[in-house]
Design a protein around this ligand. Structure first.
Ligand code: ADP
Length: 252
């Protein structure tokens, strides 16, 4: 069975300072469906935004953001647990930092933990552990974390569920005539050096971090698919029906 790592952004999971329960349920039932076809690992953002649903601290302040993440991680996980329980699916919490991928020994432990969970039919839910870490130890965005998770767990593909339908020749929120790329074989170096362009107050990525994740996957001989996480139709068509209608595939 092929293995995929699925990454979902904060925007999909929260709305107006609450957990977007219907979207989360759609995601959960999609993952349950996917598990008949793939081994699945989920990388989920949303700890800070979940924390903000309970506690209104200034998330621009470094320590407040960490407090929000500490408060929000169990809120996020208990929401996932309640929804996966409907389908009788076991989940786990795997918190990682950049340092956890910087030695062969660490990577080996990570791989074995993921393999063992999948063997026992547990869905690993990975997030960045940015609570006590200093900035050098964290990825800062889950796009790059998810690329590392995908590679080191030997996933065939990374699927990023975003607030956008795919990768365009220019920002589609600013240009009506932006055209989506269906297949990207190479990413121009200049695109990888552009500043962050995230659209949500809790997002830390933007398109550039997604392109960096895609570049990492391409360099490792793996693929990435970027598609909409609010409406999972294109993800379902691509991953389950084998039809590529919308969404961008990064592949050599
Ligand atoms: P997420 O919450 O899924 O991580 P982000 O807001 O961080 O999403 O990143 C996606 C956003 O990047 C899009 O909503 C869009 O506004 C912006 N963006 C900038 N340039 C592009 C582009 N060329 N193609 C697609 N999206 C782009």
């Amino acid at each position: 069975m092929k293995r995929i790592t699925l990454k979902v952004g904060s925007g999909v999971l929260t709305e107006n300072n609450t957990i977007a329960k219907q979207r989360m349920l759609n995601l959960v039932s999609f993952i349950v469906n996917l598990k008949s076809f793939y081994e699945v690992i989920l990388v989920s953002s949303g700890a800070v935004s979940s924390g903000y649903t309970a506690l209104k601290l200034d998330r621009k302040k470094h320590i407040s953001k960490k407090v929000l993440a500490a408060v929000g991680q169990p809120i996020l996980m208990s929401n996932y647990k309640a929804l996966f329980d409907i389908y009788d699916m076991d989940t786990s919490q795997v918190l990682m930092t950049e340092e956890d991928f910087d030695s062969v020994a660490h990577i080996e432990i990570f791989r074995q933990i993921i393999d063992s969970q999948i063997e026992h039919d547990i869905l690993p839910i990975v997030n960045e552990n940015d609570i006590t870490t200093i900035s050098e130890q964290v990825f800062g965005d889950n796009d790059q974390l998810s690329a590392h998770v995908a590679h080191h767990s030997d996933s065939d593909m990374l699927v990023i569920l975003s607030d956008i339908d795919g990768y365009y020749d220019k920002n589609p929120n600013e240009h009506d005539n932006a055209v989506m790329f269906k297949l990207v074989k190479e990413i121009p170096k200049a695109e990888l050096e552009k500043p962050d362009s995230s659209t949500h107050e809790f997002a830390t990525g933007g398109i550039v971090t997604k392109l960096k994740a895609a570049q990492f996957m391409l360099d490792k001989g793996r693929e990435m698919f970027l598609c909409n996480g609010y409406d999972l139709t294109s993800a379902k068509e691509f991953l389950i029906d084998g039809e590529h209608n919308k969404g961008t595939l990064f592949s050599r």
